[in-house]
Ligand binder design. Structure first.
Ligand SMILES: Nc1ncnc2c1ncn2[C@@H]1O[C@H](COP(=O)(O)OP(=O)(O)OP(=O)(O)O)[C@@H](O)[C@H]1O
Ligand SMILES: [Mg+2]
Length: 239
């Protein structure tokens, strides 16, 4: 399924230009983090790469294929939680797979253990807090053993210890050999997790660089301004 390649991908709903000329190549390992201001098109891009949103302009290919041919999972910022038990919610994504009910439940349990929710398995999922819901959504996504996991702001509005817990889970998913592509507005998180950073602004990929390089020496003025504006303190970049 890799490299995933985007060439000249655009998105112009109702005549407005959101994305234009997106060129990007994603390899099959590590954590790539997509950064950019509100409304720049990060969620749209994740949905396209997940195969959930058709590409009407440009070309998007997964390996040589025109569709993803391995398992892809996406976790949305507000994960869908069914009125059912935590265990049933964790097992939800496996329904289309060829596992029997017993195997689905066994795996769902294993994943709940990994995200620290095993003792809540029988509870109603509606009772979970925001951070617990995110961990449940990650367990559900991880249970399908995806080759590619897309995470849209997985820790927005979580407290620092919940953020830590979710970041540990994401590292575990990477260690399992799953490619992760995620968005975040938390630059600290981006420095902690990213192997590489993709920076979007004005409808284009302005930079795609190893994380260390991006944060130490952003090439574009747009990236410098973005980093300076997002941090709670002011930093200067050496010219
Ligand atoms: N189906 C659609 N029809 C029309 N406009 C859309 C559609 N989907 C997204 N948009 C618009 O595209 C723009 C980019 O949206 P997107 O949700 O990708 O932004 P984002 O980068 O994820 O922002 P944020 O950081 O706030 O999550 C927005 O202006 C949004 O209103
Ligand atoms: Mg978004």
């Amino acid at each position: 399924m890799f490299p995933i390649e985007l060439a000249g991908v655009g998105f112009r709903p109702d005549g407005q230009c959101v994305l234009s000329g997106i060129d990007l190549q994603l390899d099959g390992d590590g954590i790539s983090i997509l950064l950019g201001p509100n409304g720049v098109g990060k969620t749209v891009l994740l949905r396209m790469i997940a195969g959930l949103q058709p590409v009407s302009e440009g070309r998007l290919t997964w390996g040589a294929a025109s569709r993803p041919d391995e398992a892809v999972a996406m976790v949305f910022q507000q994960p869908m939680i069914l009125r059912a038990s935590v265990l049933d919610n964790a097992a939800l994504g496996m329904k289309p797979l060829a596992f029997g009910r017993r195997e689905r439940r066994r795996r769902a349990h294993e994943m709940l253990e990994r995200v620290g929710l095993a003792d809540r398995a029988a509870d109603s999922a509606r009772l979970l807090s925001g951070g617990e819901r995110q961990r449940l959504a990650l367990a559900r996504a991880w249970a399908v053993q995806p080759r590619l996991l897309l995470l849209d702001e997985p820790t927005a509005s979580l407290d620092p210890s919940a953020v830590d817990a979710v970041e540990d889970i994401i590292r575990g998913i990477r260690t399992d050999g799953c490619k992760v592509l995620m968005t975040t507005h938390n630059l600290g998180q981006a420095t902690r997790l990213a192997d590489d950073v993709i920076f979007l602004a004005d409808g284009r990929v302005q930079e795609h660089a190893p994380a260390r390089q991006f944060f130490a020496r952003p090439r574009s003025n747009a990236a410098r301004r973005f980093i300076q504006a997002e941090l709670p303190w002011r930093i200067r970049f050496d010219e």
